[in-house]
Design a protein around this ligand. Sequence first.
Ligand code: TYD
Length: 282
Amino acid sequence: MSEAYPRAISGERAGLWRRPDGLRSRGAEGRIGRGPGYTPVVEARERGTKGWFVTLEGPDGSGKSVQSERLRAAAAAAGHDVVLVREPGGTAGGERVRAILLDAGPVGIRLTQRTDALLFNAARAQLVDEVIRPALRRGALVISDRYADSTLAYQGCGGQLPLDELRSVVGFATGGLRPDRTILIDVPVEVGLARKTAAETTRFEAHFDRAFHERVRAGFLSFAAAEPERWVVVDGTAPADDVFAALWGVLAGIPGLGPRLAGRLAAAPAGDPGRGAERTPG
Ligand code: TYD
């Protein structure tokens, strides 16, 4: 690990992040999930998949979007093939679906919870087929700002749709593609919502009450607790640089990926502009 980046598990030692069950990494490669997050129909690491799939989840205003961009930049500066996507969206078709889903404007489209669930998963299916699977096949690190767990937390826990039915929808949309690691950036509801400006406020923050968002947060935490081999929980109320350090530590701890990132950092020339720029990320 380069000194430009924090040590892999320093965040955990500092109490900044933790595995939900307090365990150290046990490695996610090849595991079949048994927790409530997904229908365990397909192995996490599919035959022929060379890349790594990392998802960031969290309540609104948890800082995922800023942090996932910082991770992308840092991994790219380390010389890694890295693809950052966001949900809903990430493809031409998916961005159109996003506009329907998130529009809080005067048009006032009325969508039910089930319609939300299907639209989020329509955008997700396109993203998986068009971007994520091809990138994983060629060996890239794919970072997704939200993924299937958001449907389970928002439409399932928040919207109170049956989780088992949503898991079927998600399984169909993704073809069973599961992340190697999922990082929950956890913040209390009032902290997250207060961070959003009026311009950033979507239908979700505008139309759903505090209890909805509390259920979303509790849902994420319960998923993390139930499937600790996949999830890592990071304290999103910490200073942004510390959160980034913890996230980078999680990437560096992923079997197979971490040594590549560290090795490439060590091999990068001292004057590498990308690397230099990452000394003070964000
Ligand atoms: P966005 O502006 O991207 O917010 P954030 O930066 O917090 O991700 O809006 C995404 C919103 O959509 C957010 O409120 C969570 C919600 N959402 C769902 O309800 N279900 C889903 O499956 C996904 C992916 C997102």
